[in-house]
Design a protein around this ligand. Structure first.
Ligand code: P6P
Length: 334
């Protein structure tokens, strides 16, 4: 695998084929550079005193970890200096980020969750970065929140990096999904998972069971059937996982199939769910659909949602096509 195609070669090929432009190549290269920096700091954690809480809260009302803030600031700086974006938005920043005056503006917008699952940092469990690329409005010095309000179907690209035993970047440009493992001996991401495809069937589901009493009937019906297995309606027995890190769950599903659910429940109903549309649900939905899976809120396809607020939340049910379709049907039946 040491002679595997490097991310830089992969992007150059796409540019030669006219499938992406130079700014896009530059933007993904900047994203990769930012994630290498985050990987290094996540990997060194307590050695450099970066674990633990920052004693501050983000717009979500969540206590920020030191690494949440550091990852966000570094990622934001790299994309700002790269000159390929006109505006940025992050889980860790209340408002749309206006590039400082004089910084070159590029033709893209980028939204990101710089360190998803960061509550796992202190207990050394996999975390990740999620990003989404949108087209910027032409000739606008500082795009507004309104310019970011694009449905998931408008995404130019989406991806994540999972900081686990390996550091793996997964990317879709709208023509399938490819995965690249960080080769630390040379500091390059290398193509190790070409054309990732989610198995259409699975016997593995992921949900936070402690919320069971808050679920709506269709999700309760589905999970009850999984738990009953062959002693109930299903012709197979199911396994359950819950990592509390969406990037880790989605990566597992891309590799071996499965269903991930953070459904609407009465505990999060007034907020519309727990996960964020613009930098969690939409990028992950593009990846999952490009890999042959489905991604829904319960009643609807996530990627068709017309966004209204930068940090709006949505319920998320995604993964293996035939299982998610069954859950979708249960919602249609009511
Ligand atoms: P809970 C992490 O905070 C996150 O946004 C996702 O990565 C993860 O799937 C979910 O929330 C975990 O939520 O309620 O189990 O802590």
């Amino acid at each position: 695998m040491s002679d595997a195609k490097r991310l830089s070669q992969y992007l150059a090929e796409h540019q030669r084929q006219g499938r992406v432009d130079a700014d896009f190549v530059g933007l993904i290269s900047d994203v990769a550079a930012g994630c290498k920096l985050i990987a290094d700091q996540v990997g060194r954690g307590n050695l450099i005193g970066l674990l633990g809480s920052a004693e501050t809260e983000n717009v979500q009302g969540e206590t920020q970890k030191k690494l949440d803030i550091i990852s966000n600031d570094e990622f934001t700086d790299i994309l700002t200096e790269g000159g390929h974006v006109a505006g940025l938005a992050s889980e860790e920043m209340d408002e749309v980020y206006d590039l400082p005056a004089g910084k070159h503006r590029g033709p893209y917008l980028c939204t990101y969750d710089p360190l998803d699952g960061s509550s796992n940092i202190d207990v050394n469990v996999t975390v990740g970065t999620i990003f989404s690329v949108l087209k910027a409005p032409t000739g606008k010095e500082n795009p507004t929140e309104e310019d970011f309000m694009q449905p998931g179907t408008e995404q130019v690209a989406a991806g994540y990096v999972t900081y686990g035993p390996s550091t793996i970047l997964v990317l879709t440009i709208g023509d399938g999904v490819d995965g690249f493992t960080l080769d630390r001996s040379v500091g390059e991401f290398k193509l190790t998972h070409p054309n990732m495809t989610i198995p259409e069937d699975t016997a593995e589901f992921a949900i936070n069971m402690s919320n069971m009493r808050f679920w709506d009937a269709p999700v309760k019906r589905y999970v009850d059937e999984c738990l009953a297995g062959t002693e109930g309606e299903r012709d197979k027995d199911f396994n359950m996982r819950w990592v509390a890190s969406m990037v880790a769950e989605v990566h597992r599903i891309l590799v071996r199939g499965g269903v991930f659910m953070y459904p609407i429940d009465s505990k999060h109903r007034e907020r519309g769910g727990k996960l964020r549309l613009m930098y969690e649900a939409n990028p992950m939905s593009m990846i999952v659909e490009q890999a042959g899976g489905l991604s829904i809120t319960g009643p609807d396809r996530i990627m068709t949602i017309e966004p209204e607020k930068l940090h709006q939340r949505v319920p998320v049910i995604l993964g293996s096509k035939n299982e998610v379709q069954r859950i979708w049907d249960y919602h249609k039946e009511g």
